[in-house]
Write a protein that binds this ligand. Structure first.
Ligand code: HEM
Length: 467
């Protein structure tokens, strides 16, 4: 008997450009990410090569492949990619010590140490800070007629992050840390592309910022070591130890704390901005939500108990995260040659998966482009079918924190103000799912005069706003 040998199949995909290969298609994805991802899936299927036939850079779509990628973290690893930094600089040490780029036993150990600080029960302790800072933002809007809701949400989530993560209670500390972190993250892309330590370069500048931040963090960590009670995340991490008595070192604590700030504020800010947008465009939902909030909260900020009694708020948050997930794509790299969706991948292949495309599959979500919070009253989806916080071992550690923050802010904001999008604003989303150029809104005391504003811009290709 002869055994038929099957030649390895070519992975379908768009042609790469001569000399540029898949890079040209990455650029297309960067310029119009959401339409491009959906086009790739519709045109080529569940496994797509970013340059036809090249198995080293592929995109995998749908729940079955999400499961394959995310449930086997030793095979499909998180990787810092081609960016390697010398770990004898402050920046290099920082890049070594963060959950998203850790793998294997090291990731498991650090995650175990950090998990208690983000446990649902522990997160309830951050509710008062969330309420206090939201209230101070709402107070600052008095007398203002127009704001950029995207910027306001970013400022708020930054302040909540600095306060709850680092326990900085004096305004100068909050501002100083916030500014340093921002200056650092702004230069990040240039640093990744050109880590050249010469005076005047972004990398040199970032090393200076990181040095300043390290000094501030070291003194904070020393203070937390004296504290007996863990009232903030950093204090909880300082006092965390595993069964073997192992604790996080100062270097590790700094890396984690900074990653938490970076991972934790922009995603939440973008979600808040999009929920404000979606509510403006769906006046009925907004009216129903305000009824629910007023009935339960009577104008007050929600307690932890009350948050459980607000099903429509829960559905609005879930649906906002489904439709416009702030982490629209993720990546993994193969640790060894393997099979994916019927194709052979080499060791080191980069695989992109997409929360965004999964959330738009009509077989999972009826009328997937529409904002329909009511669907969640009956819908139940697996962690690989609904994954705004990803799934598996690297699933967002801050999911409970973020969900609580989103709910507290929306509940308080809506009971105080009606934000109405400035008519004819042009609105789009970039690859980080940030509203661009922003979300200009008019501010009114809450008067229930909900009306959908006419809008322009490519967001209309992402959300079906037909009545
Ligand atoms: C709406 C808000 C948020 C969204 C949509 C979000 C989304 C995500 C996603 C998709 C991942 C997984 C990435 C991957 O699989 O590689 C992730 C990981 C992570 N997130 Fe979030 N996140 C949010 C808020 C937060 C907050 C508030 C914090 C902390 C305060 C946080 C901290 C982290 C950390 C540390 C990781 C890495 C976990 C690991 O690798 O083990 N995130 N997040």
């Amino acid at each position: 008997m002869t055994t038929a040998t099957t030649a390895p199949q070519t992975i379908p995909g768009p042609r790469g450009l001569p000399g540029l290969g898949w890079r040209a298609n990455i650029l297309k994805m960067y310029l119009n990410p959401f339409a491009y991802l959906r086009w790739l899936h519709d045109t080529y299927g569940d496994v797509v090569a970013l340059a036809q036939g090249d198995p080293s850079n592929v995109v995998a779509f749908g729940p079955a492949l999400n499961f394959r990628l995310l449930s086997d973290p030793d095979l499909f690893r998180n990787d810092a990619g081609p960016f390697k930094f010398s770990d004898d600089t402050a920046f290099g040490r920082l890049m070594q010590n963060n959950l998203p780029t850790m793998n294997g036993e090291k990731h498991r150990q650090h995650r175990r140490l950090m998990q208690p600080a983000f446990h649902r029960q522990q997160v309830t302790h951050y509710r008062d800070d969330m309420v206090m800072l939201t209230q101070s933002m709402l107070d600052s809007w008095q007398g203002r007629t127009e704001i950029d809701a995207a910027t306001e949400m970013k400022l708020l989530t930054q302040r909540i992050a600095v306060k709850t993560l680092f326990g900085l209670y004096d305004e100068t500390g909050v501002e100083r840390m916030g500014k340093l972190l921002l200056r650092m993250t702004r230069s990040m892309l240039l640093v990744m592309i050109a880590p050249v330590n010469i005076p005047g370069t972004p990398y040199h500048r970032v090393l200076g910022i990181v040095g300043e931040m390290e000094a501030m963090m070291r003194s904070l960590i020393a203070q937390k070591r004296q504290q007996s009670e863990a009232t903030d995340v950093l204090a909880a991490l300082v006092h965390a130890y595993d069964e073997g008595g192992v604790q996080l070192s100062d270097e590790e604590l700094m890396g984690h704390a900074i990653t938490l700030f970076v991972a934790g504020h922009e995603t939440t800010a973008n979600t808040l901005a999009w929920i404000i947008f979606l509510l403006d465009q769906h006046p009925r939902v907004q009216a129903d939500l305000l009824d629910e909030l007023s009935d339960v909260l009577h104008g007050e900020a929600p307690t932890i108990e009350q948050l459980k009694q607000l099903p429509l708020l829960d559905s609005v948050v879930k649906e906002g995260l489904r439709l416009l997930p702030p982490a629209a794509i993720g990546t993994r790299a193969t640790s060894t040659p393997c099979e994916l969706g019927g194709f052979e991948l080499p060791k080191g292949a980069n695989v992109v998966y997409s929360e965004f495309v999964t959330h738009r599959l009509p077989q999972l979500y009826e009328e997937p482009d529409r904002f329909k919070p009511e669907r969640w009253a009956t819908l139940d989806r697996s962690p690989y079918e609904y994954l705004p916080f990803s799934a598996g071992r690297h699933m967002c550690i801050g999911a409970a924190f973020a969900t609580q923050e989103l709910k507290v802010v929306i509940a308080m904001l809506l009971q105080h103000y009606r934000l109405a999008i400035v008519p004819n604003s042009r609105i789009a989303a970039n690859i980080s799912m940030r509203p661009i150029p922003g979300l200009p809104v008019r501010v009114f005391p809450q008067d229930r005069q909900f009306q959908r504003a006419p809008i322009r811009g490519s967001i209309q290709q992402l959300v079906d706003l037909a009545q």
